[in-house]
Write a protein that binds this ligand. Structure first.
Ligand code: DX5
Ligand code: ZN
Length: 217
């Protein structure tokens, strides 16, 4: 079953609790939380205190996407705040394997997030340290950007690698996913779809999420 993970980056932060309740009621599977530090990406968002509040607002798994430099400094804190999945970018740390091991040691699931231009081979020697791979289908930093078509090839190559390894690693994509393109992407073998603007800028979250799920079938 494909999972839909609304990204709260596009939610109305003045009523975040209500927004989260609405997507949970609307059939969301996970809640995706974008953490940006203004260094790794050209935007600043939220930190552990907000994740802690989000944790109180929902029972759904929290999928925390760290777009921050030296994530190892903050991994325990985000786990304590309630993160279930933690994604980190290989360019953000000189010690990717160590940081991934830290995520698992903290009790969370470990994930590597790859920017559009970052090749799949950076995963070659951390294959056993990861539970999920997040393919960025836009350059990270902002919601509401267009899906980069070349990423379809990357998704297909990664799916083949996962299948060849007979691995349970989940494949997640993030950026520019909407009701129109989700079906084609589901057919490529994506397991988890992050969607921000497509959901939070729609009139009816429930209708949008169920349309996405229907188009995945
Ligand atoms: C981008 C973030 C995404 C973003 C996706 O840096 O990682 O999670 O919220 O937004 P949409 O779905 O609008 O492209
Ligand atoms: Zn994200």
């Amino acid at each position: 079953m494909k999972k839909i993970a609304p990204s709260i980056l596009s939610a109305d932060f003045s009523k975040l609790g209500e927004e989260i309740a609405a997507v949970e009621k609307g059939g969301a599977d996970w809640i995706h939380v974008d953490v940006m530090d203004g260094h790794f990406v050209p935007n600043i968002t939220i930190g552990p205190p907000v994740v802690k509040s989000v944790r109180k607002a929902t029972k759904l798994p929290l999928d925390v996407h760290l777009m921050i430099e030296n994530p190892e400094l903050y991994i325990p804190e985000f786990r304590k705040a309630g993160a279930d999945y933690i994604s980190i970018h290989p360019e953000s740390t000189p010690h990717l394997q160590r940081a991934l091991a830290m995520i698992r040691e903290s009790g969370a699931k470990a994930s590597v997030a790859l920017n559009p231009a970052t090749p799949l081979f950076v995963l070659d020697h951390v294959w056993d340290d990861i539970d999920m791979i997040l393919i960025m289908t836009v350059n990270p930093g902002f919601g509401g950007q267009k899906f980069i078509p070349e990423m379809k090839n990357k998704i297909q190559s990664l799916k083949k690698k996962i299948e060849r390894a007979n691995s349970k690693i989940l494949l997640e994509i993030d950026g520019g996913v909407n009701v129109e393109n989700v079906g084609e992407l589901a057919a490529l073998g994506v397991d988890v779809f992050v969607a921000g603007s497509a959901i939070f800028e729609s009139k009816n979250y429930q209708q949008t999420i169920s349309a996405m799920k229907n188009n995945c079938k």
